[in-house]
Design a protein. Structure first.
Ligand SMILES: CC(C)(COP(=O)(O)OP(=O)(O)OC[C@H]1O[C@@H](n2cnc3c(N)ncnc32)[C@H](O)[C@@H]1OP(=O)(O)O)[C@@H](O)C(=O)NCCC(=O)NCCS
Length: 122
Protein backbone atom coordinates (compact mmCIF):
# COMPACT_ATOMS: atom_id res chain seq x y z
CA UNK A 1 0.00 0.00 0.00
CA UNK A 2 1.21 3.51 -0.84
CA UNK A 3 0.31 6.52 1.30
CA UNK A 4 1.37 10.17 1.69
CA UNK A 5 3.89 10.74 4.43
CA UNK A 6 5.35 13.86 6.02
CA UNK A 7 9.10 14.02 5.61
CA UNK A 8 9.52 14.07 9.40
CA UNK A 9 7.68 10.76 9.72
CA UNK A 10 9.95 8.83 7.37
CA UNK A 11 11.95 6.38 9.53
CA UNK A 12 15.54 7.49 9.99
CA UNK A 13 16.88 4.06 8.90
CA UNK A 14 15.19 4.53 5.53
CA UNK A 15 16.65 8.04 5.15
CA UNK A 16 20.12 6.87 6.14
CA UNK A 17 20.04 3.85 3.84
CA UNK A 18 18.81 5.97 0.96
CA UNK A 19 21.49 8.60 1.55
CA UNK A 20 24.13 5.88 1.38
CA UNK A 21 22.88 5.17 -2.15
CA UNK A 22 23.08 8.87 -3.05
CA UNK A 23 19.39 9.64 -2.80
CA UNK A 24 18.82 13.24 -1.76
CA UNK A 25 15.83 14.69 0.04
CA UNK A 26 14.29 18.11 -0.33
CA UNK A 27 12.08 19.99 2.08
CA UNK A 28 9.72 21.21 -0.62
CA UNK A 29 8.88 17.72 -1.89
CA UNK A 30 5.76 15.66 -1.29
CA UNK A 31 6.68 12.19 -0.03
CA UNK A 32 4.99 8.83 -0.41
CA UNK A 33 5.71 5.65 1.50
CA UNK A 34 5.29 2.05 0.38
CA UNK A 35 4.06 -0.20 3.19
CA UNK A 36 4.56 -3.95 3.47
CA UNK A 37 2.96 -5.52 6.56
CA UNK A 38 2.64 -2.04 8.10
CA UNK A 39 6.35 -1.33 7.73
CA UNK A 40 7.76 1.24 5.34
CA UNK A 41 9.98 -0.48 2.79
CA UNK A 42 10.13 2.18 0.09
CA UNK A 43 9.77 5.91 -0.37
CA UNK A 44 9.57 8.34 -3.24
CA UNK A 45 8.77 11.98 -3.91
CA UNK A 46 7.17 14.51 -6.21
CA UNK A 47 8.49 18.05 -6.35
CA UNK A 48 6.22 20.71 -7.74
CA UNK A 49 7.77 24.07 -8.31
CA UNK A 50 7.60 25.52 -11.78
CA UNK A 51 8.00 21.96 -13.00
CA UNK A 52 6.74 18.59 -11.80
CA UNK A 53 9.60 16.25 -10.98
CA UNK A 54 9.59 12.63 -9.82
CA UNK A 55 12.55 12.10 -7.52
CA UNK A 56 14.13 10.32 -4.55
CA UNK A 57 12.83 6.77 -5.07
CA UNK A 58 14.32 4.21 -2.74
CA UNK A 59 13.40 0.59 -1.93
CA UNK A 60 15.07 -1.38 0.88
CA UNK A 61 17.51 -3.89 -0.66
CA UNK A 62 15.65 -6.97 0.62
CA UNK A 63 12.43 -5.79 -1.09
CA UNK A 64 13.91 -5.01 -4.50
CA UNK A 65 13.05 -6.77 -7.73
CA UNK A 66 9.37 -7.29 -6.99
CA UNK A 67 7.90 -4.26 -8.73
CA UNK A 68 7.71 -1.80 -5.83
CA UNK A 69 9.50 0.95 -7.73
CA UNK A 70 7.23 0.47 -10.73
CA UNK A 71 4.17 0.74 -8.49
CA UNK A 72 5.53 3.92 -6.95
CA UNK A 73 6.10 5.44 -10.39
CA UNK A 74 2.52 4.61 -11.49
CA UNK A 75 1.12 5.90 -8.22
CA UNK A 76 2.85 9.24 -8.53
CA UNK A 77 1.85 9.68 -12.16
CA UNK A 78 -1.75 8.97 -11.15
CA UNK A 79 -1.55 11.77 -8.57
CA UNK A 80 -0.84 14.27 -11.35
CA UNK A 81 -3.28 16.10 -13.57
CA UNK A 82 -3.12 16.35 -17.31
CA UNK A 83 -2.34 18.86 -18.75
CA UNK A 84 -1.69 21.01 -15.63
CA UNK A 85 1.26 19.01 -14.28
CA UNK A 86 2.81 18.17 -17.65
CA UNK A 87 5.45 17.71 -18.88
CA UNK A 88 6.58 15.46 -16.02
CA UNK A 89 10.30 15.39 -15.40
CA UNK A 90 12.13 12.59 -13.62
CA UNK A 91 15.70 12.38 -12.46
CA UNK A 92 16.78 8.77 -12.34
CA UNK A 93 19.80 6.54 -12.12
CA UNK A 94 20.30 4.27 -15.13
CA UNK A 95 18.62 1.18 -13.66
CA UNK A 96 15.45 3.06 -12.76
CA UNK A 97 15.51 5.10 -15.99
CA UNK A 98 15.12 1.93 -18.03
CA UNK A 99 11.64 1.49 -16.63
CA UNK A 100 10.73 5.14 -17.16
CA UNK A 101 11.77 4.91 -20.81
CA UNK A 102 9.59 1.81 -21.20
CA UNK A 103 6.54 3.79 -20.08
CA UNK A 104 7.17 6.72 -22.38
CA UNK A 105 9.72 9.02 -20.76
CA UNK A 106 12.40 10.46 -23.06
CA UNK A 107 15.96 11.23 -22.01
CA UNK A 108 16.59 14.98 -22.20
CA UNK A 109 19.88 15.22 -20.32
CA UNK A 110 22.74 12.88 -19.44
CA UNK A 111 24.45 12.91 -16.10
CA UNK A 112 27.35 10.79 -14.87
CA UNK A 113 25.12 8.30 -13.07
CA UNK A 114 21.75 8.79 -14.72
CA UNK A 115 19.40 10.88 -16.77
CA UNK A 116 16.90 13.67 -16.64
CA UNK A 117 13.81 12.40 -18.43
CA UNK A 118 10.58 13.98 -19.63
CA UNK A 119 7.11 12.71 -20.37
CA UNK A 120 4.91 15.07 -22.38
CA UNK A 121 1.66 13.19 -22.76
CA UNK A 122 -0.74 11.31 -20.55
C1 LIG B 1 16.14 1.51 -8.27
C2 LIG B 1 15.20 0.93 -7.24
C3 LIG B 1 14.30 2.04 -6.67
C4 LIG B 1 14.34 -0.13 -7.96
O1 LIG B 1 13.39 -0.63 -7.03
P1 LIG B 1 12.69 -2.05 -7.23
O2 LIG B 1 11.44 -2.03 -6.43
O3 LIG B 1 13.65 -3.11 -7.00
O4 LIG B 1 12.33 -1.99 -8.80
P2 LIG B 1 11.21 -2.86 -9.51
O5 LIG B 1 11.18 -4.22 -8.90
O6 LIG B 1 9.96 -2.08 -9.59
O7 LIG B 1 11.84 -2.98 -10.95
C5 LIG B 1 12.11 -1.84 -11.76
C6 LIG B 1 12.98 -2.24 -12.91
O8 LIG B 1 14.30 -2.52 -12.45
C7 LIG B 1 14.64 -3.89 -12.77
N1 LIG B 1 15.30 -4.46 -11.61
C8 LIG B 1 14.83 -4.62 -10.39
N2 LIG B 1 15.74 -5.15 -9.58
C9 LIG B 1 16.84 -5.32 -10.33
C10 LIG B 1 18.14 -5.82 -10.07
N3 LIG B 1 18.48 -6.28 -8.86
N4 LIG B 1 19.02 -5.82 -11.07
C11 LIG B 1 18.68 -5.36 -12.29
N5 LIG B 1 17.47 -4.89 -12.60
C12 LIG B 1 16.56 -4.87 -11.63
C13 LIG B 1 13.34 -4.59 -13.00
O9 LIG B 1 13.53 -5.67 -13.87
C14 LIG B 1 12.50 -3.50 -13.59
O10 LIG B 1 12.78 -3.38 -14.94
P3 LIG B 1 11.79 -3.99 -16.03
O11 LIG B 1 10.83 -2.88 -16.37
O12 LIG B 1 12.72 -4.32 -17.11
O13 LIG B 1 11.11 -5.17 -15.40
C15 LIG B 1 15.96 0.23 -6.08
O14 LIG B 1 16.87 -0.70 -6.64
C16 LIG B 1 16.71 1.21 -5.19
O15 LIG B 1 16.17 1.73 -4.23
N6 LIG B 1 18.00 1.45 -5.53
C17 LIG B 1 18.85 2.37 -4.76
C18 LIG B 1 18.40 3.81 -4.90
C19 LIG B 1 18.16 4.19 -6.34
O16 LIG B 1 18.95 3.93 -7.23
N7 LIG B 1 17.00 4.85 -6.56
C20 LIG B 1 16.57 5.26 -7.87
C21 LIG B 1 16.68 6.71 -7.98
S1 LIG B 1 16.10 7.16 -9.55
Amino acid sequence: MIKDIEFNNIPIEIINNAKKENISFMLNAKYYAYYFNNAIVGICAIIKNRKTILKSAFVLPEFRGRGIYKEMVDYRINQLEYPKDYPILASAYFKAAKHLIKIGFKVIKNYKKGYLLRKDKL
